[in-house]
Design a protein. Structure first.
Length: 182
């Protein structure tokens, strides 16, 4: 298995995904994408704290987004630029559970992929806040998914909704590959 931890999880579960998604998550080295998205955030002090701990971006309509992926053999690093706001994460594949573990600041999220109607979905299976694992009853729910568009475009809808608190964050948009310089 090679490529981004998401690709390793896709292969682990024997999922079939569109070529554009395989390209997005495959390979090694550095890859770059750019696009547009809308960012929505929930309200309230606990939600603000959670989003601050994860270093998530502020709300914005039709915001530019840049993604630099540094895909290594055991770990990948994603640096998202939402306008002028950086959101970095590191990802690794948990081969015992077939999950992707993604760290955003003081948050660590375990996700499992599934495919339905040519769309790749990710559900949250575990969450740690500042190293403390939250009980299942407190896990955010996610309707996060990716699908392939034309010419290598990737459409995404990333969301997290906490029990009782409601929406934490949602960002929806698209990414196009940035051609490699020769």
């Amino acid at each position: 298995m090679s490529g981004d931890p998401f690709l390793k999880a896709i292969e682990y579960h024997g999922l079939s995904v569109a070529p554009a998604l395989l390209e997005f998550h495959g390979g090694t080295g550095e890859k770059r994408y750019h696009g547009r998205c809308t960012i929505m955030r929930g309200r309230g002090p606990l939600i603000r704290l959670a989003l601050w701990l994860g270093r998530f971006p502020p709300a914005a309509q039709d915001q530019s987004i840049r993604l630099a992926m540094h895909i290594g053999p055991g770990e990948s690093r994603w640096l998202r630029g939402f306008g002028g706001h950086p959101t970095a994460s590191t990802l690794r594949f948990d081969s015992d559970r077939g999950e992707v573990i993604e760290r955003f600041g003081a948050l660590r999220v375990a996700m499992r992929p599934t495919v339905c109607d040519d769309t790749l979905h990710f559900s949250i299976t575990r969450l740690w806040v500042m190293g403390v694992r939250l009980p299942r009853i407190l896990l955010p729910r996610s309707a996060t998914h990716e699908r392939a568009g034309e010419n290598g475009r990737v459409h995404f809808d990333v969301s997290a909704r906490a029990p009782v608190l409601g929406m934490l964050i949602r960002y929806v948009g698209w990414l196009d590959p940035v051609p490699k310089e020769k």
